[in-house]
Design a protein around this ligand. Structure first.
Ligand SMILES: [Cu+2]
Length: 180
């Protein structure tokens, strides 16, 4: 519905611009010459304004890029190797204070770094809380380690799902861990 209204508005504005252009053409040459400097000035102001808005938007949008550099100063308390393959996740704490014993237990209130990589095709590492809300996400790319830094604020059970369709058993690609 939004697309329909956008199309109607675009068409209406386009017709208005064409109508104004045709009307402008009918101005006598002398009258046109009289208003030309004012129009050129307005055009220059609009151009500078649009360039300034675009430059500020880009500066704001890219201020956090690249993603990894944003966390360069933060020291993770724990690093977890996350390996994706068709169709399973393997979470292996490689440093820090994680407890083993069959299930993965991660600390609450401390930054955890997930080093995410895929052994075959592209998957997507999505962490959900016990309420089923997606709280963090990082693509799992073959031959490239993507770093996801996250601090769990609440203890409890968390679930991992694949967010990119990766074949017949994509829906089975899940695991869980505890935060204490
Ligand atoms: Cu997958």
């Amino acid at each position: 519905m939004v697309a329909f209204y956008a199309a109607v508005i675009t068409l209406a504005v386009s017709l208005l611009v064409v109508a104004l252009a045709l009307r402008g053409r009918r101005l006598p040459t002398q009258a046109a010459a009289a208003v030309a400097p004012r129009i050129y000035r307005t055009r220059a102001v609009c151009f500078v304004f649009i360039v300034a808005v675009a430059a500020l938007s880009l500066a704001f949008a890219f201020s956090g890029a690249p993603h990894q550099a944003r966390f360069a100063g933060e020291r993770p308390d724990l690093i977890v190797d996350v390996t994706a393959r068709m169709w399973a996740w393997t979470l292996t704490p490689v440093s820090g204070s994680a407890a083993g014993g069959g299930s993965t237990i991660l600390p609450a209130g401390k930054p955890v770094e997930f080093d995410v990589i895929s052994k075959d095709i592209i998957h997507d590492f999505g962490i959900y809380n016990s309420a089923g809300q997606l709280i963090a996400q990082m693509p799992a790319i073959p031959n490239h380690t993507s770093r996801l830094l996250y601090t769990f604020t609440k203890p409890g059970s968390y679930y991992v799902l694949c967010l990119t369709y990766c074949g017949l058993s994509h829906h089975l690609m899940n695991t869980a861990f505890e935060v204490r």
